[in-house]
Write a protein that binds this ligand. Sequence first.
Ligand SMILES: Nc1ncnc2c1ncn2[C@@H]1O[C@H](COP(=O)(O)OP(=O)(O)OP(=O)(O)O)[C@@H](O)[C@H]1O
Ligand SMILES: O=C(O)C1=C[C@@H](O)[C@@H](O)[C@H](O)C1
Ligand SMILES: [Mg+2]
Length: 190
Amino acid sequence: MLEELPSVFLVGPMGAGKTTIGRLLAKYLGREFVDSDWYVELQTGADIPWIFAKEGEAGFRERETRAIDELTQHKQIVLATGGGAVMSAENREFLHQRGIVIYLNAPVDVQMSRTAKDKSRPLLQQPNPRKILHDLYRVRDPLYRQVAHIIMPTGHTYPRHMVHQLLQQLASFSTSPTVIPDLKLSEDEL
Ligand SMILES: Nc1ncnc2c1ncn2[C@@H]1O[C@H](COP(=O)(O)OP(=O)(O)OP(=O)(O)O)[C@@H](O)[C@H]1O
Ligand SMILES: O=C(O)C1=C[C@@H](O)[C@@H](O)[C@H](O)C1
Ligand SMILES: [Mg+2]
């Protein structure tokens, strides 16, 4: 089922749930899951706050583009991208041309509540993270929309339900008829 589907790439702002939903979606599709943020960290041998501190955002973006070019060439993976990946026209081209792009669209309030306690996002380590999220959303929302094949709002929907809705939408990209059965995931994945 959905075997012939190309790679699936998730885009969207910090806290939209790209990593969370991507991991579950990959599990259901029986595919490898990769997160471009983790991949950049692995390739660098350092975490994102360290890369921003030593190389600036520009250094991180160069590494991110190399990672996205490499990872989008894999034929059947699920890839969660960093929140700022769509800022690069090159990345947008790689994503849109090489797979099915899903935009997880979360309102700023939701992004805020999901990122508040986590210190791993350097752009939000400022006195007013809400304003930053708001400003980033204004600039990036049109770019997420431009690159996306599917747009999925993620407000107060359980990850499991989101994955089910996504599978139904992905089925329309499949060339063979597809039935989406109920998802059988454990309680901690709901
Ligand atoms: N649909 C959801 N319902 C409730 N909580 C969620 C949902 N999706 C994600 N979360 C929670 O929100 C937090 C952020 O999610 P996640 O790390 O997946 O976001 P992200 O889009 O990958 O962010 P980033 O761009 O910074 O990597 C996590 O603690 C996760 O458990
Ligand atoms: O929105 C952004 O620009 C970022 C999001 C994260 O996923 C990381 O890629 C990094 O913290 C930058
Ligand atoms: Mg993530």
